[in-house]
Design a protein around this ligand. Structure first.
Ligand code: ADP
Ligand code: TYD
Length: 208
């Protein structure tokens, strides 16, 4: 079972992914919690180039290709081996992030970005994607409150960028209603976790 956690920055997906991982482990499931861009050494190195705020001249196409390259390495080294061992893979961001951020936010086109990602992933998509949806302004306020978080290159985007990215995520959810389930991320951590766990349990029971 391959589950991805998606949403704009500050929507709380990393927080919930960690709690879901703890909850499933407590219940005896074997899980692997990982993230993109990164998850393995080579992909983390690529992540450092992408997020370096000094790389102001990084071309948008280069950015999309680097995300896809990091994804390929992460898939081969971490995700596929874990799936082979029948583990539940919980991945903080996957291909939908590229479609929404680069395809939508950066206006490269969802289909164009999807095409380079087919090459990167051999067209493997998650079995389930949780889309943590909320107003970008509120999500960015959460990040502002968390002073320890280092500001990266993509954090310097304008609010309109996150609005387009959010809307692209919502369009994807409409396009793939079986795979992508929307979670209202503006609620309390407890409520969001509850909603996420309910959706995951339905999927796990279906696949038994
Ligand atoms: P993301 O991974 O989507 O960027 P994080 O999980 O890092 O988001 O959360 C961003 C900030 O918001 C963190 O400081 C986190 O503690 C806080 N947070 C997460 N979920 C909620 C929530 N439901 N309500 C209020 N604050 C939250
Ligand atoms: P990160 O610090 O992991 O952010 P978050 O905690 O919100 O997930 O930074 C990852 C940034 O990269 C984030 O702004 C989203 C962006 N991103 C893309 O633009 N495209 C992608 O394909 C992926 C995986 C991430």
């Amino acid at each position: 079972m391959f589950i991805s956690f998606e949403g704009i920055d500050g929507s709380g997906k990393s927080t919930i992914a960690k709690l879901v991982d703890e909850q499933l482990k407590k219940e005896g499931y074997q899980t692997v919690l990982t993230r993109e861009p990164g998850g393995v050494k080579i992909a983390e190195d690529i992540r450092a180039i992408i997020l370096d705020k000094n790389n102001t001249n990084l071309d948008d196409h280069t950015e999309a290709l680097l995300f896809a390259a990091a994804r390929r390495q992460h898939l081969k080294e971490r995700i596929l081996p874990a799936l082979k061992e029948n583990k539940i893979v919980l991945c903080d961001r996957f291909v939908d992030s590229s479609l929404a951020y680069q395809g939508g936010g950066k206006h490269l086109g969802v289909n164009e970005v999807y095409n380079i990602n087919i090459f990167a992933t051999d067209n493997l998509l998650p079995d389930l994607t949780l889309l943590f949806d909320m107003d970008p302004q509120e999500a960015l306020k959460r990040i502002d409150k968390n002073k320890e978080r280092e500001v990266n290159r993509l954090d310097l985007e304008k609010l309109s960028f996150y609005e387009t990215t959010r809307n692209t995520f919502l369009d994807l959810a409409k396009k793939y209603p079986t795979r992508i389930k929307i979670v209202n991320a503006s609620k309390s951590i407890h409520e969001v976790l509850d909603e996420a766990m309910k959706i995951i349990k339905v999927k796990l029971n279906e696949s038994k």
